[in-house]
Design a protein around this ligand. Structure first.
Ligand SMILES: [Zn+2]
Ligand SMILES: [Zn+2]
Length: 549
């Protein structure tokens, strides 16, 4: 029987990573992403793998975002020598994203090492180096979408448009086992219908087992048209005061969407004659890749190209790759639009632009992306009157515009609609992943209620046994019937029983940990596993603070 072990993006948004093993023992991965957000979550990146990387034949990658691809260089460093199968655009984007990530890892380690050395402590090794990232790129094996491809004699797969970012894919997998076959579908990150640039998510419609993302499983987005108008208003505000417009944006996709909209405004003569700067080396490189992959554009973007325009260009647009060019921007008086990374204002050139403009009456700060708790961007959104930038307290006098409608993820309605396509076709069993606990649980509940499908969020490190279809429906029914009987029994007694059982286990756990500690055999993995259980309990009691994307 095939199994899927949920090694990331289970109970969290980030760290997407699934280990799939066929009945005959062939092993491959879907995604190999970085855990991002709180410190506690990020320690998971440093854990030993739950498998031997050298035994993995293939990695199928849904898209280039770091929470899906960011641990690939570590996988290669630790022995993986298989193929990394993905779309052509994703392969190109990985080329810049993984190098950038390696650079960040090296910088972090250097900074930490300097800090440690001042305290007489040891040097820190980076999670992986530029050399690891560069080696991992040699394993990229891009394939065409919409074509069924055999991985080996047991496994076939097909990439379909996920409509999330350039080159993003849904993965369809068929695993044969003797006379039977199961079909597993991973949604990857699912985009919105009518999103800019990329095509709509494909209606897959058939699966035995479905893994669906749930980033916004408990939320609805504002309409895109409203957001576009808000963007225009926010730009006009700063222009009327002859001040600057500062737009912090993620280098990949959000930046290109903003350029696309500015291009549209420009063609419709809605923008006056002012300079527009794309001030992020990574975003500049990503934009070049977007320009090369026109075959991934949707009909509207292709129509712009067919009329002889570049959707990411406009008069007065300047790409400022060099540091001196970047520094010159704030020396020039008068209005300008500045798009820079990082998207949450925690690093990169955006910090300089905020330092120069945040305190200026009449300037616009336009927040167009998700801001995790604890970031400078979040403080600005939450209305702080001062924020700390480069060790200075900078007053927030500029007008802050928060525009929520540019998400590259489907909202609850979008996700339910996409899952709904499977209902009449195949009644799959649904695993709700890639979401914070509440978002995943809310979506699972909605899927159960509206679509009458069996749906639940799997736990981190949980092994799911995926039996051929007929067995599953029989077993599911049997379990459901038993559950009904249980439900009729005395609920209070069951609750008391469970709590008493947990207390007993907690005492045993204490002894177990103390013994291991004494013997010196307590590993980082043990501690991380305990923390995961702790997080689960906190999630039930509601005492857990939401961690970042
Ligand atoms: Zn993504
Ligand atoms: Zn993601």
């Amino acid at each position: 029987m095939a199994t899927v072990v949920c090694l990331g993006a289970a109970g969290t948004v980030t760290g997407s990573n699934y280990l799939i093993e066929t009945a005959s023992g062939r092993r491959f991965l879907v995604d190999c992403g970085m855990f991002q957000g709180s410190k506690r979550i990020e320690t998971r990146n440093w854990l030993e793998w739950d498998f031997d990387p050298s035994q993995i034949e293939t990695l199928i990658l849904t898209h280039a975002h770091i929470d899906h691809s960011g641990r690939i260089p570590k996988l290669v460093k630790d022995g993986f020598r298989g193929q990394i199968i993905t779309s052509r655009a994703t392969a190109d984007l990985c080329n810049i994203m993984l190098r950038d990530s390696a650079h960040v890892q090296e910088m972090d380690a250097e900074w930490q090492t300097r800090k440690n050395q001042r305290k007489g402590k040891q040097a820190i090794q980076p999670l992986y180096t530029m050399a690891d990232a560069e080696e991992s790129l040699s394993y990229l094996a891009p394939v065409n979408e919409n074509t069924v491809i055999s991985l080996n004699d047991e496994v076939r797969f097909r990439l379909r448009d996920a409509g999330h970012i350039l080159g993003s894919s849904i993965i369809e997998l068929w695993i044969t086992e003797g006379d039977s076959e199961i079909k597993i579908v991973f949604s990857g990150d699912l985009g919105r219908e009518n999103q800019l640039i990329v095509k709509d998510p494909a209606d897959v419609g058939h699966a035995d087992y479905l893994f669906v993302e749930s980033t916004y499983g408990d939320r609805l987005h504002k309409t895109f048209e409203d957001s576009k108008q808000e963007l225009l208003e926010a730009i006009r505000y700063a222009l009327s005061h002859e001040e600057k417009v500062i737009i912090p944006a993620f280098a990949l996709e959000r930046t290109q969407e903003i350029l696309y909209l500015l291009g549209e405004f420009s063609r419709e003569s809605l923008l006056p004659d002012i300079p527009i700067y794309l001030d992020s080396p990574l975003a500049i490189k990503a934009t070049e890749i977007f320009r090369r992959h026109k075959d991934y554009y949707d009909r509207e973007a292709r129509a712009i190209v067919n009329k002889g325009f570049d959707p990411f260009d406009m008069p007065n647009l300047h790409f400022t790759a060099a540091t001196e060019e970047s520094m010159a921007i704030n020396k020039k008086p008068g209005s300008a639009i500045i798009v820079a990374a990082s998207g949450m204002c925690t690093a990169g050139r955006i910090k300089h632009h905020l330092k120069h403009n945040l305190w200026r009456d009449g300037a616009s700060i336009i927040i167009v992306g998700y801001q995790a708790a604890g970031t400078t961007g979040r403080q600005i959104v939450d209305g702080a009157d001062h924020v700390r930038i480069f060790g200075e307290n900078v007053a927030v006098r500029a007008k802050v515009f928060t525009i929520g409608g540019f998400s590259a993820h489907a909202d609850q309605t979008g996700l339910l609609g996409w899952v709904g396509n499977f209902v009449n076709e195949s009644q799959p069993r649904v695993f709700v992943v890639h979401g914070e606990k509440t978002a995943s649980e809310t979506l699972a509940k909605e899927i159960k209620q509206r679509h009458k499908l069996d749906a639940r969020p799997p736990r981190w490190r949980e092994t799911l046994i995926l039996k051929p279809r007929k067995d599953v429906s029989v077993e599911t029914q049997a379990v459901d019937a038993a559950a009904d009987v249980d439900a009729a029994a005395d609920v209070d007694a069951a609750v008391a029983d469970t709590i008493a059982g947990m207390e007993q286990e907690l005492n045993r756990l204490k002894t177990y940990v103390q013994e291991k500690q004494r013997a010196g055999t307590l590993t980082e993995g043990d501690i991380e596993q305990l923390r995961a259980v702790w997080e689960d309990i906190e999630a039930i009691t509601g005492s857990r603070a939401a961690s970042a994307e």
